[in-house]
Design a protein around this ligand. Structure first.
Ligand code: GDP
Ligand code: MN
Length: 391
């Protein structure tokens, strides 16, 4: 689960990470009032959406004086902000963060995440802050420092200090070595205590008044651990979530929207991935990932149909169910009933394999929906039929 920058900064400051003073605003008036309360000459107005790259997209404005704050707030609030991470449609800005301006001397990068290969938490840091870190990683990987924290020991103070020296803080501003190292430790603490999957500060800045400040903050929680963080759960923002994905979550279905035209309904995540691959092999594009879980009942198939058919790009649905735990004839009956109820206007291709597959074939074959509901023999054929149905 992702949260907004202003929420991430609230969490981080509880762990001792220095953040700029700031206020959240939901209207232009509030934004101006917040800037007035902050007092300083320079203010930064920042769009609050769950995506990075806002600066380049026009979602972060450094303002001098209240008139500029008003102007920027009017521009940003309500805009459809398009960044590298939002996709072409962008995300509507409903909230602003108004912060005191900082005089930046140096922008650094820092993040904490899990390194699966090393089976430990890794702290990444770089002198190349403020830019696309993916680009730094690709062109100058030596500029990204990595420190692995032993899971039983945590990030040791000497490791945090070493990182600070590694970034050359001693040369940039020797007064800030201790504070920088302490910030790394606090970021690590946040990551572990809050069960995060990512804590990313880009940029972490050194200021002209000798401070280390997290100017930006991105934080994601591990969904599997949310049950033990009731406070974190309150930070969920439904406006930022794909409505179909949120609806699927309520039914316990694992749905991820994609851009293609062939809707998929599959039992098992691995089989769902395989199904998407085969659709692509035969020249189609999957419209979604949907894992209906081990048991494909009439109810889950019906919910699946409803979800998939809400996506206007979908022109055909491919069902791929392996009847291991569930019997194929029962699944087939469920599909026919769900198909009848939902009254779909697009063709459905079914591939059922496993226990009682032949009975399933008969049930689908005699359902009376003809071309609209067809059974395929094998996954390759199913994908071919789905692609052919697009015309
Ligand atoms: P992002 O583009 O979504 O990552 O948003 P950021 O919060 O990282 O802001 C983008 C850029 O705006 C930063 O890299 C800074 O260069 C600049 N910026 C943000 N806040 C301030 C500030 O207080 N003072 C100055 N001078 N620049 C700022
Ligand atoms: Mn940033």
């Amino acid at each position: 689960m992702k949260i907004h920058e202003y929420q991430a900064k609230q969490v981080l400051s509880r762990y001792g990470v220095p953040v700029p003073r700031g206020k959240v605003a939901e209207s232009v008036e509030e934004a101006v009032e917040s800037a007035r309360e902050l007092g300083g000459e320079i203010c930064v107005v920042k769009a609050q959406i769950h995506a990075g790259g806002r600066g380049k997209g026009g979602g972060v404005k450094v303002c001098r004086g209240l008139d500029e704050v008003r102007e920027s707030a009017e521009k940003i609030l309500g805009m459809q902000l398009v960044t590298k991470q939002t996709g072409p449609k962008g995300q509507k800005v409903l909230r602003l963060l108004v912060e005191e301006g900082m005089e930046i001397v140096k922008e650094l990068y820092c993040s904490v995440l899990v390194d699966r290969t090393r089976q430990s938490v890794v702290v990444l840091a770089s002198t190349e802050g403020g830019m696309d870190i993916e680009e730094v990683a690709a062109s100058t990987p030596e500029k990204i420092l990595k420190t692995f924290a032993d899971p039983s020991l945590g990030l040791l103070p000497y490791q945090a200090t070493e990182l600070a020296y590694g970034l050359g803080i001693d040369k940039l501003n020797p007064k800030l070595i201790r504070q920088t190292a302490k910030t790394f430790s606090s970021l690590y603490q946040t990551f572990v205590q809050e069960d995060c999957t990512l804590v990313e500060i880009n940029p972490l800045v050194l200021t002209s008044d000798d401070r280390v400040v997290a100017l930006d903050a991105k934080l994601s929680f591990d969904d599997n651990a949310l049950f033990r963080h009731s406070e974190s759960m309150k930070m969920r923002d439904p406006a930022e979530e794909d409505p179909l994905e949120a609806e699927a979550g309520e039914y316990g279905l694992n749905y991820i929207k994609l851009d293609g035209s062939i809707g998929c309904m599959v039992n098992g995540a691995g089989l769902a991935m395989g199904t998407m691959d085969i659709i692509k092999t035969f020249g189609g594009e999957p419209a979604n990932f949907l894992d209906v879980g081990g048991t494909a009942t009439e109810e889950t198939v019906e919910k699946g149909f409803q979800l998939i058919s809400q996506d206007p790009n979908v022109r055909c649905i491919l069902i791929n169910i392996f009847g291991g735990i569930v019997r194929c004839d029962m699944v087939a009956t469920g599909i026919v009933e769900a198909f009848r109820k939902v009254n779909l206007q697009i063709p459905v291709v079914v591939r059922l394999e496993g226990t009682n597959a032949e009975e399933a074939q008969k049930i689908i074959g005699s359902s009376g929906f003809g071309e609209q509901l067809q059974m395929a023999d094998g996954l390759g054929e199913a994908a071919k039929m789905a692609v052919a149905s697009l015309g």
